[in-house]
Design a protein around this ligand. Sequence first.
Ligand code: URA
Length: 434
Amino acid sequence: MTAYEIIIKKRNGDHLRPDEINHFIQEYLHNRIPDYQMSAFLMAVYFQGMDEGETKALIDSFLQSGKKISLQDIPGIKVGKHSTGGVGDKVSIILASIVAAAGVPVPMISGRGLGHTGGTLDKLSSIPGFRIDLDELKFRTIISEVGTCLIGQTADLVPADRRIYALRDVTGTIESHPLIAASILSKKLAEGSNALVLDIKCGNGAFMQSLSDAENLARVLINNGKRSGLQTVAYITNMDHPIGRAIGNWLEIRECIDCLRGEEIEDLMHITHQLAGTMICLGGKSDTIDEGVAISRDMITSGKAWLKFRNIVQAQGGEIRIIEHPETYPHSEYTLDINAESSGWVKSIGAREVGLSLIQLGGGRKKTDDEIDPKAGIVLHKKPGDPVKKGEKLFTLYTDAKKSIQPVSSRIKSVIQIVAGECAAPKLIYKFLQ
Ligand code: URA
């Protein structure tokens, strides 16, 4: 079958055989299928979906596109974590340090920003010198010596996801269960994890907008993860509002540093401890998730997680001086404070619009090959549930792109809803599925 025939078959909603799916992916990786045909295929999958057998075949062909790392020589249950993507979601970076400090090895192949959501790799790349393109040997050595290592897909490691992820980002084909499942599980199966904690984001800043959609995706991921021998559990968490106070690559690393040094940013650390506690439990270092959460908290208060983060940065070539003195990082050329025009309570802050505003400030990509300004970002001075007085600071914008300041300031004013009556902080975790 030609690429054209496979596209037509999927477009018409017919079932694809595993050999057809595998052939399509392999031919693409060998540059015998161009980006425009892959884009058409992705759009056909987006609209027609895939059944269980097709999804399994897609995950397998992504996985077979590169090496599968074996971490058998490293003692302990290796536990991975992955989020389906959110705004201000820097949980992986804090949690990897906590869980590794608690003695559970954490292999982590992460992704770059996708659509309006941020990516762990882009955040880590804002640390001068930090290498996310390490080979398998280095990845294994660092996990064995430090307890965790965070890298990206390479020519050896899930190259199918590396190339297709970048294409989905710019072709409107992100929000598809089989494509998300193949992207996430291929990375997690390749990285050598034995167990996996998923954070399925749900809400206006997530790819899954409704609880039922998030739950369906969770089921696809859990079933396929387990089928491949990965003990998989999932949390469905609220992504209506950004997580934490910082949005933007370096600003988010700064926030991670603050949290690792003991600052309690409530929503961010609540989710982090719950996920880290679950990983600690799956890794066999606690009998229950609650005990795991207590260990996670102790890793922060004892300073062990902060020490672990410094070890990670050092092992992956990052500049320790900047991590210890984040105030010395270069500053954006332009900053602008946006103040409240009325008093009341913050009811909501639209996460998706905040993510899109970050792209406009230069902190994300509009095209695959766009350069990111790591300094660009937005600080939220108020969060949902907070009281606010007229004239108080709501946001600070950071950018080098002067022409974006005015449009973003108008846009961002409309993403915050301030109401007269008191409102509670939103629920953060909706469900736990296993
Ligand atoms: N994270 C990934 O790695 N892939 C997706 O498709 C979505 C989120």
